[in-house]
Design a protein around this ligand. Structure first.
Ligand code: NAP
Length: 247
């Protein structure tokens, strides 16, 4: 077990990549805080973890709300003995529209969850990690961050911002024993990609060297490696997990 007894918070863990990450972390021995806006989805994941003999704890959190995030940290410290070893910033949404049609509300909403939510969670856990002298902060960017994507002004801005913050945190926190990295998923089979029209899917598949979409577990496995001691000298990096879509 590569994460035995590590306390790991996974945001947006009620479904998709976050759910797969919470389940895989528990299989590797981590004590997992399953965070989601939907408490029923979070509890279902904890039930799955416990059914396999793992340890989990569900909590309703909106990552864009600082009081909600602070309550998440307090509950984690209470529940799992005062440690936070890993933060996985995974919660994210899309609200696509071309620039001329994008509403200010949808620009602000995507930035509030995908960018400020990552800042909120990292800032809330970092005093504990500094006091421990160790910790890992992992965040979810996207393959679109360095390239742009049609209809995603808000989303691309948020995911490029996550890369920038990750590099700042690697510089600021490295000497305190804390590593910060990002994962940039390609096209992964989740609700987020389920509604893409077939014609667009065909064009996407042409771009992917491996010829197929990824599974949530493909991202979870990268998070496990980055969270483990096997990646102890890896910080400030963005790891693409995209089947060769960005070649
Ligand atoms: P998903 O299936 O839509 O899951 C996202 C999860 O985040 C859901 O459980 C959702 O809860 C939760 N969530 C939404 N807003 C939240 C908030 N304010 N606070 C806490 N939790 C919140 O998406 P996914 O595909 O797994 O994506 C996970 C991450 O990977 C996102 O950051 C996404 O941008 C990134 N990503 C995905 C892909 C892809 O191809 N799927 C590619 C690149 C990057 P509800 O279900 O209750 O709404």
């Amino acid at each position: 077990m590569r994460l035995k007894d590590r306390v790991a918070i996974v945001t947006g863990a009620g479904r998709g990549i976050g759910r797969a990450t919470a389940l895989r972390f528990a299989e590797e021995g981590a004590k997992v805080v399953v965070v989601d806006v939907d408490p029923d989805e979070a509890q279902t994941v904890v039930d799955e973890i416990e059914a396999k003999g793992g340890q989990g704890f569900a909590i309703k959190v909106d990552v864009s709300s600082r009081p909600s995030v602070n309550a998440m940290v307090e509950a984690t410290l209470d529940h799992f003995g005062g440690r936070i070893d890993v933060l996985i910033n995974n919660a994210g949404i899309v609200r696509d529209a071309q620039l001329a049609k994008m509403t200010e509300q949808n620009f602000d909403l995507v930035l509030a969850i995908n960018l400020k939510g990552v800042f909120n969670c990292a800032q809330a856990v970092v005093p504990t990690m500094i006091a421990q002298g160790s910790g890992v902060i992992l965040s979810t960017s996207s393959l679109v961050a360095p390239y742009g994507n049609f209809g995603q002004t808000n989303y691309v801005a948020s995911k490029a911002g996550v890369v920038g913050m990750t590099k700042v945190w690697a510089r600021e926190l490295g000497r305190k024993g804390i590593r910060a990295n990002a994962v940039a998923p390609g096209f992964i089979e989740t609700r987020m990609t389920a509604g893409i029209p077939d014609t667009v899917v065909e064009k996407m598949l042409e771009r992917i060297a491996m010829g197929h979409f990824g599974k949530p577990e493909d991202i979870a496995n990268c998070f496990i490696w980055l969270a483990s001691d096997e990646a102890r000298y890896v910080s400030g990096q963005v790891i693409g997990v995209d089947g060769g879509a960005t070649l």
